[in-house]
Design a protein. Structure first.
Length: 77
């Protein structure tokens, strides 16, 4: 799984579950940060979402779900 693939999954599920546009959700998600596996063994990615409290909550719930199935993400090349 790469940063781009993770972003695509996030966008598709947010649009499906909460409506809106991919463009709007992409702005709220921001960039996927990748951390070294030397210091982050169990999950090496993070997102710092913005938006309303409801939008941030929706993104964070989805992030929690995705961390279970995709804890390790590679940088896009």
């Amino acid at each position: 799984m790469t940063q781009g693939q993770l972003t695509d999954i996030l966008l598709a599920r947010l649009v499906r579950d909460h409506g809106g546009t991919k463009h709007r959700w992409r702005k709220l998600i921001g960039a996927v940060q990748i951390y070294s596996l030397k210091t982050h063994l169990h999950c090496n990615w993070a997102i710092n979402p913005t938006g309303s409290s409801a939008e941030i909550s929706a993104i964070e719930r989805l992030m929690d779900d995705l961390r279970m199935s995709h804890p390790i993400v590679a940088a896009d090349r």
